[in-house]
Design a protein around this ligand. Structure first.
Ligand SMILES: N[C@@H](CCC(=O)N[C@@H](CS)C(=O)NCC(=O)O)C(=O)O
Length: 207
């Protein structure tokens, strides 16, 4: 079988595909194109917003949007999604959606603030993003047992861990949230996660 290919960026949203492939022992290739290349017209054919990650399947099909990539990998490999039609599956998709539609965009607003307003509004935009995340982190804290789906480890836990890596104040994110802290520490120590992180190229320093 031809290998899967991930179009990614070091330490960014492509990590989730790497975690899941490694958990399922699936060999993959990954490339880290220059940011300008990702914003080119050719890349727009794969993702209209010129964003990563994009997953290129062995048959050439391109899948973008993290939720679709997670779904593709968990449908084909491993056991990181609860069986369809079960209450656990509903819970899994609910938390995946919460992470993808609220937590991920709130990090995007903090790391790519220029898309959302001019410099004068930047701090307010970041503050509101952090405030929204605080509500969700508290909600997560009261729902973890120890994983998002109770005793069942799922792809949602890997996704939460990836997102948490982008927090600009990790001490504040963890403070008063012992369950969240324990889950993030456990995820960080998993071989699939540790190996994917160790394999990330260093990002070139801005000129
Ligand atoms: N909804 C998209 C968001 C992807 C996204 O925001 N990717 C970031 C990197 S983690 C990106 O490409 N940022 C550069 C940009 O927005 O210009 C997904 O879940 O895949």
């Amino acid at each position: 079988m031809e290998k899967y290919h991930i179009v990614g960026r070091a330490g960014a949203g492509s990590l989730i595909a790497e975690f899941l492939f490694r958990e399922a022992s699936i060999d993959y290739d990954i490339s880290f194109p220059d940011p300008a290349e990702v914003k080119s017209a050719t890349f727009y054919a794969a993702n209209p917003l010129g964003r990563i990650p994009v997953l290129i399947c062995p048959d050439g099909t391109k899948v973008f949007e993290t939720l679709a990539i997670i779904n593709h990998i968990t449908c084909h490999f491993g056991d990181l999604a609860p069986p369809a039609g079960t209450p656990l599956c509903d819970r899994y998709h609910q938390f995946l959606a919460l992470l993808a539609t609220s937590v991920y965009p709130a990090y995007h607003r903090q790391h790519h603030t220029r898309y959302y307003g001019d410099e004068a509004a930047a701090e307010a935009i970041r503050d509101r993003a952090r405030a929204e995340q605080r509500v969700i982190f508290d909600y997560l804290e009261s729902n973890l047992d120890p994983y998002i789906c109770g005793q069942t480890l799922t792809a949602a836990d890997f996704y939460l861990y990836m997102l948490s890596r982008w927090d600009l104040d990790k001490a504040a994110m963890r403070a008063g949230r012992p369950r969240l802290t324990a889950l993030l520490d456990e995820m960080r120590a998993r071989p699939s996660v540790a190996e994917a992180i160790a394999a990330q190229p260093r990002r070139p320093k801005p000129a």
